[in-house]
Design a protein around this ligand. Sequence first.
Ligand SMILES: NC(=O)c1ccc[n+]([C@@H]2O[C@H](COP(=O)([O-])OP(=O)(O)OC[C@H]3O[C@@H](n4cnc5c(N)ncnc54)[C@H](OP(=O)(O)O)[C@@H]3O)[C@@H](O)[C@H]2O)c1
Length: 260
Amino acid sequence: MEAADRRRSRRRAGIPGTVTGQVALVTGGARKLGASICRHLAGRGYRVVINYRTSRARAESLAKAIRAGGGQAVTCRADVTRERDVRRMVDRVKRSFGRLDVLINNVGDYLEKPLARVSPAEWEAIVRSNLTSVFLCTREVLPLMRERRQGRIVMIGYAPAGRIAASPRCAVYHLAKTGALILAKSMAVEEAPHGITVNMVSPGTLFNSVKKPSRTASDYIPAGRFCRYGDLLGMLDYLLSESASYVTGGHFVVSGGYAV
Ligand SMILES: NC(=O)c1ccc[n+]([C@@H]2O[C@H](COP(=O)([O-])OP(=O)(O)OC[C@H]3O[C@@H](n4cnc5c(N)ncnc54)[C@H](OP(=O)(O)O)[C@@H]3O)[C@@H](O)[C@H]2O)c1
């Protein structure tokens, strides 16, 4: 570490909630919410692994910006729906850092279509993106976390995920996120004896969502606005903090009152 980096690290060490030496892996971390989480965690002192699938240039430039700000970040290409890629990614984390403290399962493609028009390929892709990827990544990191008897796993969900209800035009996405919630709760119970917590943080509609409904925010969100990244980052801080070591299997809806 260069002298300037050490100075920045020391300065960061004075920020409440700052950690040193811990490693966080963020899936789909090159853009949008994932990138915001990477920047935020790096600012908190985590060594961040930015996973990407196709956005290599974006991932590299984010890592560069984090390093320029005195943080630590590396990039790692992997399609998290593929077991072999996931295994390679986690192997790389193990070889580079020898530990993993935090996994943020952020990948989860969206599909809006009535079921009658959903093709089997689309069905498969959405389930793989929102559910299989979460299973593969979470399962693969457990041995690393169990070794140190500590780990925090957070799934990025979707506000209605906890509801068993009709989801017209959104059923495949909804059922995959609900599956991920059941997975999170089950993993939470299975991994609690190993010091690992598993929770889901669920936004409503993000301010920059490509599929924003035609309605304005105030038509269906009691708080009257779309979800900002900052609304979610505070919840993440809490779940990664020492104060939340006893909080596991939770579903934290951050939606301004939508779908609660
Ligand atoms: N947008 C919303 O309004 C909203 C609402 C509720 C919940 N959410 C959830 O919030 C999370 C983030 O959503 P977002 O809208 O910020 O981002 P997004 O548009 O869903 O995509 C974020 C990143 O996911 C990566 N990705 C997709 N499939 C991948 C795969 N198989 N392997 C590795 N990376 C993959 C992409 O990487 P590359 O660019 O490298 O290909 C992309 O940069 C998702 O779980 C989403 O379901 C979003």
